[in-house]
Write a protein that binds this ligand. Structure first.
Ligand SMILES: [Zn+2]
Length: 246
């Protein structure tokens, strides 16, 4: 039985759209109580609190230094500083380089930073994490989450030059960025279109695809249609509050 779940806290690409939130997800392994805040884009701290106590997180994982993937860490630091009940060991932050020193507040005693890079792995509660550097203008790490019997993949931000199959060809669900449609494609080293995400999921032999990081002005249906033409497995569009069970 599946024990791994993914909850979308924010899925707008590059900046939060009207009423939306930037990139952020809650990954939970219910068999062990492990809970991970994966990327912390603007608006996601508010949504995180709808689903779990942020002070009880097992860890935070940050894919890269673009602010739409981490700026709400500031909210957690402020909340922790003024929460009398913050009497736990610092929360581990497993992070790509370039973020720690950009925080405006001192996170001493609140966060325990571990910087990781391409090919590294880390153990977070019951989950084994592995990182793969993607095709994006700054060092950006895609993440493989391996539980006892399920595997989740997260592309982070990437253009199609990076092969999604670098996360393995046994993904039960892949959360893949699809920022725009083919009409708006830029370079191979920034973001993917719906078609490119679908092709990448097929190439990785993923079982299920969830499209995320869509530019707010591009219709979800258009991106989904492109991906569906390339990938025959189940495809969904990420939406704030939506949960997926692996
Ligand atoms: Zn980015």
């Amino acid at each position: 039985m599946s024990t791994l779940t993914l909850t979308v806290l924010g899925c707008d690409g590059s900046h939060a759209g009207p009423g939306g939130a930037g990139s952020g997800y809650l990954v939970r392994d219910w068999s062990s109580g492990t809970s991970v805040w994966l990327d912390a884009g603007p608006g996601t701290f508010a949504n995180l609190q709808r689903f779990t106590d942020p002070m009880a997180l097992t860890a935070i994982v940050l894919s890269h230094e673009h602010v739409d993937h981490w700026s709400d860490l500031e909210g957690l630091v402020t909340a922790a500083k003024w929460t009398a009940a913050f009497e736990r060991a610092p929360i581990p932050v497993v992070s790509a380089p370039g973020i720690r020193h950009r925080l405006s507040q001192d996170s001493e005693g609140i966060f325990d930073w571990l910087e990781v890079g391409d090919g590294d792995d880390a153990q977070v509660g019951s989950l084994r994490l592995q990182f793969s550097r993607t095709a994006h203008p700054v060092t950006t790490l895609a993440v493989r989450f391996e539980g006892a019997s399920e595997v989740l993949g997260y592309s982070a931000d990437s253009g199609p030059r990076w092969p999604l199959r670098a996360l393995g060809q046994d993904l039960d669900l892949v959360l893949c960025e699809a920022t725009y449609t083919d009409d708006y494609a830029e370079s191979d080293d920034i973001h993917m279109t719906g078609s490119q995400a679908g092709r990448a999921a097929k190439d990785a032999r993923a079982r299920r695809l969830v499209l995320t990081h869509r530019w707010a002005k591009i219709p979800a249906d258009a991106v989904l249609a492109e991906a569906s033409a390339m990938f025959s497995g189940r495809i969904d569009s990420a939406e704030v509050g939506r949960g997926f069970s692996l």
